[in-house]
Design a protein around this ligand. Structure first.
Ligand code: ADP
Length: 335
């Protein structure tokens, strides 16, 4: 369980600045999720820590020591990619044992077999150990890929969208398993995803990257409840936060240019008795576990949630008012 400290990391590829002065402390035992759209610099961050690329400036310390001069193997980190990289002609057992048979590790074979067995159990694939890798389903292959990282017990796990190629059911199962593995092993994870459910359910900390800059680092709750900008606010929340001009409702503070309303920030009433603005229902979307209400408020559209078996219908008018909204200035910074 090692602490990882990134200080002032900068990395360019030709004219593209992939990372701009990124500093972050990943506490030992943390599960840090990096969020940001394609091109934000997430994979570059992992590659620099793994030693697959060198930063232009800045330092990376693992367990208190700079690792910049170390090879990837010396850094003792494990990386899991979106695309599984197994040896197809080897059995699951030999795929899992492979990293431990490295001369650098020099582990006795009986101990290797014990670790392979333990990890296979954690990943619920002990009955597949004798199968060839090619005889596995996509989900099983990805479990073996994750298993190849787990057998090593490295100082930090770096995972780049490891679940994104899997179907929804398996993704949900593995999400729970990864969280359990993290809790059981007390390991340090740095995990890249586009999937905000993964971020909210697994992370102890979330780092939000925007064009190579780390714009906020905090607990999932801080990122959700106290986003520093509209960009950060838009990373988490399903439905998405509603961003409207500040004057869509009365009472905007000075300098406010936009109001940010999460679904729970919209108080819906049948009449204007409580000072609500009239809004028309444009769509009622039943999703099983939630029902979304699409509203139009003058020229603006909003989405909020209502009870699953609502009798509300498109065309009806409701009255809405903000409840603990977020306010942002013209630059998108929260006030
Ligand atoms: P993310 O993982 O958030 O999608 P990346 O870290 O992969 O983002 O990329 C950040 C930026 O750096 C992007 O603009 C990408 O095109 C660029 N980049 C990354 N790796 C290379 C490379 N090897 N050569 C050129 N440009 C690269």
């Amino acid at each position: 369980m090692a602490e990882v400290i990134l200080s002032g990391l900068t990395k360019s590829y030709g004219a593209t600045q992939a990372l701009k002065d990124v500093s972050m402390t990943i506490p030992g035992g943390a599960f840090v999720v990096l969020l940001g759209p394609t091109g934000a610099g997430k994979t570059t961050t992992l590659r620099l820590i793994a030693g697959l690329d060198k930063p232009d400036t800045g330092d990376i310390r693992i367990g208190g020591q700079s690792v910049l001069q170390e090879t990837p193997a010396q850094r003792d980190v494990a990386m899991v990619f979106q695309q599984y990289s197994l040896y197809p002609h080897l059995t699951v057992r030999d795929n899992l044992a492979f990293p431990l048979r490295s001369p650098m590790i020099a582990m006795p074979e009986t101990q290797i077999m014990q670790r392979v067995k333990d990890v296979a159990e954690v990943l619920r694939i002990p009955h597949k150990l004798d199968n060839k890798a090619t005889a596995l389903s996509g989900g099983e292959m990805q479990r073996v890929s994750i298993g190849r990282a787990l057998v090593r017990n490295p100082r930090i796990y770096l995972m780049d969208e490891p679940l994104s190629s899997l179907d929804a059911k398996l993704r949900a199962d593995l999400r729970i398993e990864l969280k359990r593995i993290h809790a059981d092993m007390g390991a340090t994870f740095l995990y890249v995803t586009h999937d905000q459910i993964e971020a909210m359910t697994m992370a102890t900390h979330v780092g939000v990257l925007d064009h190579g800059r780390l714009v906020q680092f905090g607990t999932p709750r801080q990122i959700y409840e106290e986003p520093v900008t509209t960009y950060v606010a838009s990373r988490l929340g399903q439905p998405h936060i509603n961003l409207l001009p500040a004057d869509a409702f009365p009472g905007a503070p000075a300098k406010a240019a936009q109001i940010g309303l999460r679904p729970e920030h919209i108080h819906v009433g049948p009449t204007d008795a409580e000072g609500g603005q009239p809004a028309t229902i444009t769509r009622v979307e039943h999703l099983g576990d939630q029902t979304r209400l699409h509203l139009s408020l003058g020229p603006h559209s909003l989405i909020t949630l209502t009870e699953p078996h609502t009798a509300l219908k498109p065309g009806q008018t409701l009255h809405i008012r903000p409840h603990n909204p977020l306010w942002f200035d013209a630059s998108g910074t929260r006030i």
